[in-house]
Design a protein around this ligand. Sequence first.
Ligand SMILES: *Cc1c(COP(=O)(O)O)cnc(C)c1O
Length: 436
Amino acid sequence: MNLMNELNNSDFEVADMLLRELKRQEEGIELIPSENYTSRAVLQAMGSVFTNKYSEGYPKKRYYGGNEIVDEVEILAIERAKELFGCEHANVQPYSGSPANQAVFFALLNLKDKFLGFNLTSGGHLTHGSHVNFSGKNYVCVSYDVDEKTEMLVMDSIHKLAVQEKPKMIISGLTAYPRKINFKAFQEIAEEVDAYQLADISHISGLVVGDAHQSPIPYADVVTTTTHKTLRGPRGAIIMSKIEDRLHDIHHPKSKKNLAQLIDSAVFPGLQGGPHDHVNAAKAVAFGEALKPEFKDYAKQVVKNAKVLADELMSLGIKLVTNGTDNHLILIDLRPEDLTGKGGIIQEALDDAGITLNKNTVPYEPSSPFHPSGLRLGTPAITTRGMKESEMKVIAEGLAKVIKSKGDASVSAEIKKSILELTKHFPLYPGLSILK
Ligand SMILES: *Cc1c(COP(=O)(O)O)cnc(C)c1O
């Protein structure tokens, strides 16, 4: 089945865009820490006839006919997710990370209930209580922050805040924090104040299943993750939870549902209609890939590469938030370069050099989210491409030169040549048949 031929014949404009995007991905260095390259098998499962099916409900309890095979697909995805993470319950239907978190709020909290979330400026996600997001608008968010000096989370301060505020839920997890999260310590706090812990491992789930980060599964009541970041699957999400509702008598005395049932009914019919069966098929494929021993090697190499990249950058005089990393991501602090509020300018100069990353706030940002003073980067995508320690050195040099030039176009043009030379040796999808 040659899908690209069909596209070429029927819609030249989109076919052309697809080819140009593939070229962009092949030629550049992808450092956005939430991005990755899926396998061709995942791509094929997504671009399949499963997209034609409607299957509202859950396996064996559907509202439409013709779901025998789709039921097998969803059951396989669930079973593989349970094996991969070691969780009691998994719901694979959420369309993406944000809807997954929305479903957890919907399942556990009432409107205007209070929860604790990680400050967006210092590393939390929009859905952890930003005032422009549903989480901050519909619920009362109290934010915890990193220590101003060490730029790291301090469990004692979070504990104090939780005792003082008595939230109904505490969210742990990160989107731009380069250090490990202690889910066990979060759970101890949550249990002391009768709150649920929602561990959002969207960024680090690949590291968790690859034994490169502590797993929240033994501790947290609910765990959400996207499937398209370090986990290297299709765009989507899953929600995992315990089955028993530890706080049933305190927070849901009138409900007959356990925690797993609360989550399931929040996803469907609470928030969503039909699941994306083609994506669920691709999730099953990606979970199968992550169950293989090679995936552990991948996860460990992601962390190793990030450490080398961080060390190289620091040795070239670049300041990093928290002075390093112990996960897959790195935050560059541009303030010492006299580039406060200029993250966007450097992001563009790096784009011209063939290096993609994103501007980001630094803790206690003195400028604004749209004109931030930092850069966020990570190693999941380049590690999938097969790059190792020696390539990290080349990339660090390019990054440092562009930053030190403050965005000089001639420096970007010069770096672009070395980036093209480097990426040539790491083909993205060798012989990608659907593109022939
Ligand atoms: C990426 C991310 C999400 C949201 O995922 P989308 O698929 O973009 O909606 C939620 N939480 C965290 C921690 C994330 O990093």
